[in-house]
Design a binder for this molecule. Structure first.
Ligand code: FES
Length: 78
C-alpha cells in the first residue's frame, strides 16, 4: 500500500503544512505561502483533505498505486 504524506515537489510533509500559519486560511492561502500544489499539482486533493480532516497521511488515490484502497475522501465505494 502506498502512503501519501507530503508534497513531493516542495518536500513539505502534510504535518508541516498543517502547522503553517497559512493553513488556517485555506488551501489557496497555503498554496501561495508554501508553493504546495504549484508544481505537478498531484498533492492538491490530499492537502485539501488534510486541511479538512487534520490527517497527516493518506492512502494513494490511484488504485494502481494503492491496491484499490481509499484515498482522502475516506470512502472506498466504487
Ligand atoms: S506534489 Fe505538490 S505540487 Fe507536486
Amino acid at each position: 500500500m502506498s502512503e501519501v504524506n507530503r508534497c513531493v515537489c516542495t518536500g513539505l510533509t502534510f504535518a508541516e503544512l498543517s502547522r503553517h500559519p497559512a493553513a488556517g486560511s485555506g488551501f489557496e492561502a497555503l498554496r501561495r505561502a508554501t508553493g504546495c500544489g504549484e508544481g505537478c499539482g498531484l498533492c492538491e486533493p490530499y492537502v485539501r483533505a488534510m486541511l479538512r480532516t487534520g490527517r497527516p497521511s493518506f492512502r494513494a488515490l490511484a488504485p494502481c498505486l494503492s491496491g484499490g484502497e481509499s484515498g482522502p475522501a475516506g470512502g472506498g465505494a466504487r
